[in-house]
Structure formats: structure tokens, C-alpha cells
Write a protein that binds this ligand. Structure first.
Ligand SMILES: C[S@@+](CC[C@H](N)C(=O)[O-])C[C@H]1O[C@@H](n2cnc3c(N)ncnc32)[C@H](O)[C@@H]1O
Length: 377
């Protein structure tokens, strides 16, 4: 296949997303112009050329990865898996020297051994490549094409990962505090809060600052992937100039002058130190202010504030009593700031009862392995 036809070819893709975030991720893809985006458990399918998919990597805020589905079908035996992978056109995309690590997952499948699935997938890819390139030697010294074989029931899905590091790795968070929120989850909460940069935003338990930084990215139209590298940028099958244009366009859209008032506070000075470091690494120094304050004593000058927060849940940080005392302080916090709203994520089932407020909206999602609710008040 020549370069031009590869550039125009549409491939089936999936943007993987945490449970509960598939709908948001679908909305993001639709807004990016992927009209056939369709949500399913754990992700959103869409079709795209390689270059369009790079744009998705660059701009998706809530997705975990963008994967190209290179083979998919029913496999009830290892032989069927081998034939499925062997018949996929890896050599159309992978150069002769591609490095090809293979990861694997099986859930409720007849083919229970993940290791065997990985080994068979690798063997089939190598055979396909050797035949296509008329060679016995594949040096694997070139660009990385991370392959994943996932079996769900009897259906095998074989994918190529365009990203490399997962999409939450934006490049600004290098030190983690206790119980930080994933960048992708934080981006989702900003969107679910309904905040659009039109009023001040404050996180009164800001920890390492993830919610604040993701809010700033949204308000300044900063592509989440702007400052990081993606595996697809090394692939010889892509039109590298087109990728550079997509990057340049993202740079042009970023407008730090659009930043509204975004502030954070926390009781823990060590967490605030990390927050300052992350803010600096995100290029937002001087644009987001954080300071030490107990939420119970917090009084800001502004009114009409969007309070968005990921407080302790009483499971991972501190004890339940302390955490409940903090929840009781949330209603007085909004009452002290007229016209304000509160948006909270917690796994604590009694939040509304303890805080003495009823949420007008709730979204069920996961923070890591913890099942949580995100509530808007
Ligand atoms: C789950 S962590 C927040 C993590 C943060 N979203 C991040 O990404 O790093 C909860 C935070 O609440 C803070 N905290 C606990 N009690 C507090 C209080 N009374 N006032 C202000 N902050 C408090 C803790 O210090 C901790 O940083």
C-alpha cells in the first residue's frame, strides 16, 4: 500500500475510557468531528485515518487510550486466534524493523491462558510480517507498535496502541501525593460540573492540584496532549507533516490569556508543594493560586464560585469521623459564598445525609478501584 492510500484509509478505532466515562468520551469525539462515535462498555468506537486518530490522541481529555482495531472475531480455539491474527495486514502499517510487544487480557473466555494468547498472537504477527517482507529476520529495533490481544467471551480483539503512555500522562504530574485523582477523571469531573470558565472555580481540598490544572486546560483550550509524545509520531506509515500541522493547530488554539480565576486550598502543606510543582510543570505558574487553609475556615472574596472537589472518602485518607466533620462543613461553605455551587466526588454512601443537602444530579463512576458518586449541589 502506498503512502497516499494509507493516509486516506479509515480504520476502526476505539478510545478506551474508565467505567462511567464512556458517554463523556463519546461527546468529546463527536465534538472533534468523529460523527460515527458509538459508546460501548469501556470505550467508544469510531473510524478515522491515522492522522485523524492522532488528533483524537491530542485532544481527548477523558479517554485512556486510542487503539486501532487491526483484527476482531470469534475465537474458540488457539488455532482460530492464530488464523485471525495471521490474516490481519500488519505489514501494511508496521515496518520490517518494528518493535512489537504484545500484551493480553482474557475475561470469561474459553482461551483462559493470557500468556498463550500473547505468544500465539506474536507468532502469527511474525509469520505475517516475514511472509510479506520476504525475510526470515525481524530485528525489532525500530519504532514501537504495542499490540494488545483482549478476549471477552469468545470474541478476540487485537489492537495497535497509538499513544504509548496512557492519555492521562499529560506530562505535568511527576510526583503523586496521597490519593491523587487521575488526570482523565479530573477532566471528566470538570466537564460534569458544568463549569465552562465563566465563573471562579475553587477546589477546597486541592491536594496535588489535578482538578485545577484540568480546569485551566479546558478554559484555555489547551489540548491535553500538547506537551507530550505519542508512539504514532514514530510510525513511518503516517504523514508526519500532517501530524505536525495538527500539533501546530493545537498550539495556536491554546490561549493562556483566557484563564478565569482558578484557585485551590488544602490543609496539607506537602500536598500544596506538589500542587505548585505540577502547576509550574503545566506551564500555568502565576495563573493558578493555591494556599493553605482548612476548608472549615475558608472564606473567599469572590461570590458565585464553582466549588469542585475530591475530598477524603474516609477509606484511604484519615479516619471516617474526620472526613464526616469535613462533609458537615460543606453546606456552610456554600452558604458563606452566595450564588455558589458545589460539586463533589466521594465513595462515602452517606455524603448527602451527613452534609444535609440533596444533590440535584448524580453520576456513578470509578476513582481507581473505588466506586464513587459525583454529585452536583
Ligand atoms: C483525595 S485528596 C485530593 C486529591 C487531589 N484531587 C489530587 O488530585 O491530588 C483529599 C485532600 O483533602 C485534604 N484535606 C483533608 N482535610 C482537609 C480540611 N479540613 N481542609 C482542607 N483540606 C483537607 C487532604 O490534605 C488531601 O490533600
Amino acid at each position: 500500500m502506498n503512502r497516499e492510500s494509507k493516509t486516506q484509509q479509515q480504520y476502526p478505532m476505539i478510545a478506551t475510557a474508565a467505567f462511567g466515562l464512556e458517554g463523556l468520551c463519546k461527546r468529546e469525539l463527536l465534538a472533534l468531528g468523529f460523527a460515527d462515535a458509538k459508546a460501548e462498555n469501556g470505550g467508544v468506537r469510531f473510524s478515522a485515518t491515522l492522522e485523524e486518530a492522532f488528533r483524537a490522541c491530542m485532544w481527548l481529555a477523558c479517554a485512556d487510550r486510542v487503539l486501532l482495531i487491526i483484527a476482531e472475531g470469534r475465537c474458540e480455539s488457539f488455532e482460530e486466534l492464530f488464523q485471525l491474527v495471521r490474516s490481519a495486514h500488519f505489514s501494511d502499517l508496521l515496518p520490517r524493523d518494528a518493535s512489537i510487544p504484545v500484551s493480553g487480557r482474557c475475561a470469561r473466555s474459553r482461551l483462559m491462558s493470557v500468556r498463550d494468547c500473547q505468544a500465539i498472537t506474536k507468532k502469527a504477527i511474525v509469520e505475517q510480517m516475514k511472509t510479506a517482507y520476504h525475510t526470515q529476520i525481524l530485528p525489532e529495533s525500530g519504532p514501537r507498535f504495542q499490540v494488545d490481544v483482549a478476549l471477552h467471551g469468545d470474541i478476540a480483539r487485537v489492537t495497535l496502541d497509538l499513544c504509548g503512555d496512557a492519555l492521562n500522562r499529560r506530562g505535568y504530574r511527576t510526583w503523586n501525593g496521597e490519593a491523587p485523582l487521575r488526570e482523565t477523571a479530573a477532566a471528566a469531573l470538570v466537564r460534569l460540573s458544568g463549569w465552562r470558565g465563566d465563573c471562579p472555580l475553587h477546589d477546597p481540598c486541592c491536594g496535588t492540584g489535578t482538578l485545577l490544572i484540568e480546569a485551566a486546560f479546558l478554559a484555555t483550550r489547551r489540548a491535553p496532549g500538547l506537551k507530550r509524545h505519542f508512539d504514532i509520531e514514530e510510525w513511518p506509515c503516517v504523514d508526519i507533516q500532517m501530524l505536525e500541522r495538527i500539533r501546530k493547530d493545537a498550539e495556536a488554539q491554546y490561549d493562556p490569556s483566557r484563564i478565569p480565576e482558578i484557585t485551590g486550598s488544602d490543609i496539607d502543606p506537602d500536598a500544596l508543594e506538589l500542587a505548585r510543582r505540577h502547576i509550574r510543570q503545566a506551564g500555568l505558574e502565576g495563573k493558578i493560586r493555591v494556599f493553605q487553609r482548612d476548608l472549615r475556615d475558608l472564606k473567599l472574596e469572590a461570590e458565585g464560585i464553582c466549588f469542585l472537589t475530591n475530598p477524603p472518602y474516609g477509606e484511604r485518607l484519615g479516619d471516617r469521623k474526620q472526613c464526616e466533620a469535613l462533609y458537615r462543613a460543606m453546606k456552610p461553605l456554600i452558604q458563606r459564598h452566595s450564588g455558589s455551587s458545589l460539586h463533589v466526588i466521594t465513595s462515602h454512601p452517606g455524603f448527602e445525609r451527613i452534609a444535609g443537602m440533596r444533590a440535584r444530579n448524580r453520576t456513578r463512576l470509578y476513582n481507581g478501584r473505588l466506586e464513587c458518586e459525583f454529585m452536583n449541589f
